[in-house]
Design a protein around this ligand. Structure first.
Ligand SMILES: [Cu+2]
Length: 151
């Protein structure tokens, strides 16, 4: 039973990636998120976004039913060792380039969570591009202490 559920999940992920690729020539890989404690603090998600096309793609925003205000943020650490984050604005991805969203760097910030992020669940996040292309990614939610897509 469990094996069947897993293979169905794999098929749906493949279909979603295929649709995304056909529309935007952008591929989102190794997406993951972390379980949240309730909904008062924002959630975060990470992935690699690869431009498999021949033209520069500009990531201008995000959409998900899970959060009222999903945004791409950039974390940085100043010379006093204090970390902070700011909205990253529009992100250009050159043909052949991959941008990495990972802890401590660029990340998806899910502000105004509408549901808690539950370990073992997945949610859909749509990447919005300047040329009206959209790529929808199914993001698995790992445990609260997860540090990468293998966890
Ligand atoms: Cu953030």
């Amino acid at each position: 039973m469990n094996v069947m559920v897993k293979s169905l999940l794999a098929i749906s992920v493949t279909l979603l990636s295929f649709v995304g690729t056909a529309l935007a020539e952008v591929v989102a890989e190794d997406a993951w998120s972390r379980a949240s404690i309730g909904m008062t603090r924002p959630g975060a998600a990470y992935m690699n976004i690869r431009n498999a096309g021949v033209e520069t793609e500009v990531l201008i925003g995000l959409r998900t039913d899970l959060a009222l205000k999903p945004e791409i943020h950039l974390s940085s650490i100043n010379d006093k060792g204090v970390s902070s984050m700011l909205p990253a604005g529009e992100i250009e991805i050159a043909p052949g380039e991959t941008i990495e969203l990972k802890p401590g760097g660029l990340h998806v910030m899910l502000m105004g969570l509408q549901l808690p992020l539950m370990e073992g669940d997945t949610f859909l996040l749509t990447l919005l591009f300047a040329d009206d292309d959209e790529v929808t990614v199914e993001i698995p939610i790992f445990g609260i202490a997860a540090r990468g897509p293998g966890n």
